[in-house]
Design a protein around this ligand. Structure first.
Ligand code: AMP
Length: 219
């Protein structure tokens, strides 16, 4: 894939954005930028930030547009210019989608495609209920489908796996509501721009990755 591209991965919580990006980036030199991971890292490092946003996050609500944009810009500034970008969890509101149109050219990237991972609510509830994440490298596992070799331990770095506070059933419902109310309109927004590529993401992440490779013209 050519230099200077950005792909946006759009989809409900549990659509498998992070996992699919993991597969796609094995074929392309893509840097994965997950705003959720950026927020969690900042929460660990900065207790004032933690007081400001952790409550919202644990209630399944979105964090303010300005805060997330600031973190995104900081992260993009550290990524070498020759790397493509895979945006995971950004944009999530119309305001963020508008901001992204300014941010990408500033970082010498252009939006090539928006990959919309379409999942049913049933799939989301199954996936998020079993999700475990590495505290150290953020790798994602699932106690049903994608188990680590040793229970509770990351295959990649040996870090401890944990269940996110916002993956509890009552919070998942609220996150889905936020998604429907604030994020889902972006599907039409990008469709109108001719950038949307929809994938049925109820199957395995490798199937989604295959469909994406085909769309991007790779075997
Ligand atoms: P994720 O890891 O993508 O599921 O994100 C976890 C949580 O971080 C979300 O439920 C929001 O509270 C917050 N978050 C992540 N990305 C964004 C964003 N682009 N805008 C607002 N809040 C976000």
């Amino acid at each position: 894939m050519e230099k200077g591209v950005a792909l946006v991965f759009l989809g409900a919580p549990g659509a498998g954005k992070g996992t699919v990006i993991g597969f796609v980036s094995q074929k392309f030199p893509l840097a994965q930028v997950s705003t959720g991971d950026l927020i969690r890292a900042k929460i660990k490092a900065d207790h004032r930030f933690r007081e400001q946003v952790e409550g919202l996050m644990n209630q399944g609500k979105l964090v303010g547009d300005d805060i997330v944009e600031g973190l995104l810009r900081e992260a993009l500034a550290k990524i070498p210019a020759e790397k493509g970008l895979a945006l995971d969890g950004y944009p999530r509101t119309p305001v963020q989608a508008e901001s992204l149109e300014k941010i990408l050219p500033e970082f010498k990237r252009s939006l090539k495609k928006v990959i919309y991972l379409n999942v049913s609510e049933k799939t989301v509830l199954q996936r998020l209920g079993g999700r475990r994440q590495c505290r150290n490298c953020n790798a994602i596992y699932n106690v049903i489908g994608m188990k680590p070799k040793r229970e509770g331990v990351c295959d990649k770095c040996g870090g401890i796996l944990f269940t996110r506070e916002d993956d509890k059933p009552e919070v998942i419902k609220k996150r889905l509501k936020e998604y429907r109310e604030k994020t889902s309109s972006l599907i039409e927004f990008y469709k109108a721009k001719g950038l949307l590529f929809e994938v049925d993401a109820n199957k395995e992440a490798t199937d989604s990755a295959k469909a994406i490779f085909k769309e991007l013209g790779v075997q």
